[in-house]
Ligand binder design. Structure first.
Ligand SMILES: Cc1cc2nc3c(=O)[nH]c(=O)nc-3n(C[C@H](O)[C@H](O)[C@H](O)COP(=O)(O)OP(=O)(O)OC[C@H]3O[C@@H](n4cnc5c(N)ncnc54)[C@H](O)[C@@H]3O)c2cc1C
Length: 269
């Protein structure tokens, strides 16, 4: 993976199960030395060119999380494995996102991730705080970039015979955006320290994910407004940021799911 010979993807989401992963329908049955996978996944990042796919499948008959396992599928030459066309997205156009289809695909029995079948859901949950911090880091960086680009723009742009930066509304909006980006960065920095120490709990990671992605979309929207019509032109980075960052409130766990997760830990207090 480090040299680029292997490109990986993680295939959890399905047409009928995104937030509620426990309801996945893709199933694998053990047939001697092989697992046989049947089902379909959607919205898979790297789906188009991945040749190592971690597939979340139902291997047990238990309802809910218990029957889920993770299988590592090497796609080169895999019979019955098919990729759908590139999905047409609002933003993040450089991500190759597509559907994956499994029609009796065979995977060696020992490509089960971990020692035991039925632990897939727990394995995913253990790694999700890290993914959520990655999303939060991206959101803070995007907000930072939006504020910096906008500051440069309003310094130059003349309206009614003065710079846009000299107007009180611009100054207040930029001050608000700068404050939000800085506050978010302090929180995410703290999360990174906790993650490095192995002390980041899932509720704190969920807070970082929902709050920074909401903040970043708010900040980008305000910054786009300050660009006027130019902000709506794809030629300007702020337009692309507006389209690209919207999905961060949905992927990696929808922000509503993050709040549910936080509330659940509060109930136990
Ligand atoms: C660009 C992109 C890349 C992606 N990459 C991957 C990938 O690599 N691998 C992968 O497996 N998946 C990937 N996904 C899928 C992503 O994880 C799902 O889209 C996400 O989990 C939401 O699932 P869903 O789209 O089925 O929405 P649904 O589950 O149908 O939810 C729809 C909306 O309902 C609301 N909602 C959901 N649950 C609750 C709740 N408990 N309480 C209140 N409101 C709720 C939220 O507003 C949510 O946005 C990607 C998606 C996109 C768009």
């Amino acid at each position: 993976m480090a040299t680029g010979e292997l490109v990986a993807a993680i295939a959890m989401s399905e047409p009928g199960a995104g937030s509620d992963l426990q309801r996945i329908n893709t199933r694998a049955t053990l047939e001697g030395e092989f697992w046989r996978i049947n089902g379909a996944k959607t919205f898979i990042t790297n789906g188009m060119h991945a040749n190592l796919v971690c597939v979340a499948v139902k291997t047990g008959t238990e309802v809910g999380a218990k029957g889920i396992s993770l299988l590592m599928l090497e796609t080169d030459g895999a019979q019955g494995f098919r990729r759908g066309p590139l999905l047409d997205k609002l933003g993040q156009k450089t991500l190759d996102t597509c559907e994956l289809f499994f029609d009796g695909v065979q995977v060696p029995a020992n490509n089960l991730l971990g020692a035991e079948e039925g632990k897939g859901f727990i394995q995913l949950m253990q790694q999700l705080p890290r993914e959520r911090i990655l999303v939060a880091v991206g959101a803070v960086a995007a907000a930072r970039r939006a504020v910096d680009d906008t500051l440069a723009y309003v310094r130059e742009r003349q309206v009614f015979g003065r710079t846009l930066l000299s107007m009180q509304n611009t100054r207040f909006k930029l001050a608000e955006c700068e404050t939000q980006a800085r506050v978010a960065q302090a929180f995410v920095d703290d999360c990174i320290v906790r993650l490095a120490k192995g002390e980041l709990d899932s509720a704190t990671a969920a807070m970082a994910k929902w709050w920074t992605t909401d903040m970043c979309c708010r900040v980008i929207d305000e910054c786009l407004q300050l660009h006027g019509g130019y902000g709506f032109m794809n030629e300007y980075p702020i337009a692309r940021q507006y389209a690209d960052m919207r999905v961060t409130r949905i992927l990696g766990g929808a922000n509503e799911v993050m709040k549910e997760l936080i509330a659940r830990t509060m109930e136990k207090r």
